[in-house]
Design a protein around this ligand. Structure first.
Ligand code: PLP
Length: 391
């Protein structure tokens, strides 16, 4: 495995924000920017070369999801896949006016659901406990015959906490609701088998599993009513108009194939690296709090908080050592808003304000963990002294 990080002096632990493009993926993409640059809708030879790449990529992504190629629609990103699925459910069950989601969703789902309030929809945001776990009681109380859609994430981007989406979907089916799952932080990290599932639609995004940015996919179970979100040309069997982003689609297909071959490794080796980082930091910094530690989590994510210390200061110091991590969600990291995820978990501000997310990928090694453990305790000790001096 050639690592995209090996010639760089950085330690990249921010793969939930975006992951390094795998050199093998780049190699697969290049012909689609050079020789095979055609439009896959064209009937001539140049178009047909592109079409071959599209067909192969669809098969590769379908295999990653345990789906059939016909159930895969290529999109531009996870956000588009989420928006498409939510709009689709509303169109499929127009007489129903209730949508259930969770309080800890990525904004791609949360804002798309909230926007429906202005069209008369009731939106229920199911809460979580202090570990980020699904509130079953609230869910059972909310589900009713008016529910058109249950839209939930499989794994949380900030904490890695995994929701029991299959059980959630089974309950939704009892009232005839459609179920959309945002699997953006699961694809390529954990096994997905849609052939054994009752979930109707599922969103994934290429750049979270070593494909480039600007490509995603929406799984739509065979037989699920479907209304296109983007209308126009006949691409994707009339389900998503717009000339296909061929090189990126081919890259996502390749990334899916590689991910499938590494999933067992990701679920054991990466989890061991994450657990090692968690344990060594907890020992070296006893006041540290691991958020979501008691809940099932994706193997690659550690959200660890240092009370009374500003996360920006920690991140800046880490960055001076070439260590890239993140504070909460990457989408929020340029705003001063507190994380809605940590708020929903009831994490007090003096803890959540010092929370750092480390998110690993298969390109990380023990060396990266050693580097963090060798500098972070010193950074925290220094910043604690600064805080006391200011007080
Ligand atoms: N859903 C989750 C859980 C995410 O983490 C993200 C991105 O961080 C998205 C959706 C949006 O994906 P994209 O960046 O491809 O639009």
């Amino acid at each position: 495995m050639t690592s995209p990080l090996q010639n760089d002096n950085i330690i990249y632990l921010d793969s939930n924000a975006t992951s390094a493009v795998d050199p093998q993926v780049v190699e697969a993409m290049i012909p689609y920017l050079t020789d095979n640059w055609g439009n896959p809708s064209s009937l001539h030879i140049v178009g047909q070369r592109a079409r071959k790449g599209l067909t192969k990529a669809r098969e590769q992504v379908a295999r990653l999801l345990g789906a059939t190629p016909e159930e895969i629609i290529f999109t531009s990103c996870g956000t588009e896949s989420d928006s498409t699925a939510i709009a689709n459910a509303v169109a499929a069950l127009p007489e129903r006016k209730h949508i259930i989601t969770s309080a800890v969703e990525h904004l791609a789902v949360l804002e798309a659901c909230r926007a429906l309030k202005s069209r008369g929809y009731r939106i229920t945001e199911i809460g979580v406990d202090e570990q980020g776990r699904w509130d079953w009681e609230a869910y059972h109380a909310a589900l009713d015959e008016d529910t058109a859609l249950v839209a939930v994430m499989w794994a949380n981007n900030e904490t890695g906490v995994v929701f029991p989406v299959e059980e959630i979907a089974q309950e939704a089916k009892k009232v005839g609701a459609l179920v959309h799952v945002d699997a953006v932080q699961v694809a390529g990290k954990m096994t997905i088998d849609m052939s054994q599932s009752c979930i109707d639609t599922l969103a994934i995004s290429g750049h979270k599993f070593h494909a480039p940015k600007g490509v995603g996919a929406l799984y739509v179970r065979e037989g699920t009513p479907f209304t296109p979100f983007l209308r126009g040309g006949h691409q994707e069997k009339n389900r998503r108009a717009g000339t296909e982003n061929m090189a990126s689609i081919v890259g996502m297909g390749e990334a899916a194939e590689v991910a499938l071959s590494y999933i067992a490794d990701e679920e054991t080796r990466i989890a061991a690296l994450r657990d090692n980082l968690q344990q060594r930091l907890s020992e070296a910094i006893p006041e540290a709090v691991v958020l979501g530690a008691e809940a099932p989590r994706t193997p690659n994510t550690l959200n660890i908080a240092f009370p009374y210390i500003a996360e920006d200061a920690i991140l800046q110091e880490l960055s001076e050592y070439g260590i890239c991590a993140s504070s909460g969600s990457a989408c929020n990291s340029r705003t001063l808003d507190p994380s809605h995820v940590l708020e929903a978990m009831g994490v007090p501000a003096h803890i959540s304000n010092g929370s750092i997310r480390f998110s690993l990928s298969r390109f990380n090694t023990e060396r990266d963990i050693d580097a963090v453990v060798s500098v972070l305790p010193g950074i925290i000790a220094r910043l604690s002294t600064d805080t006391i001096a200011i007080d």
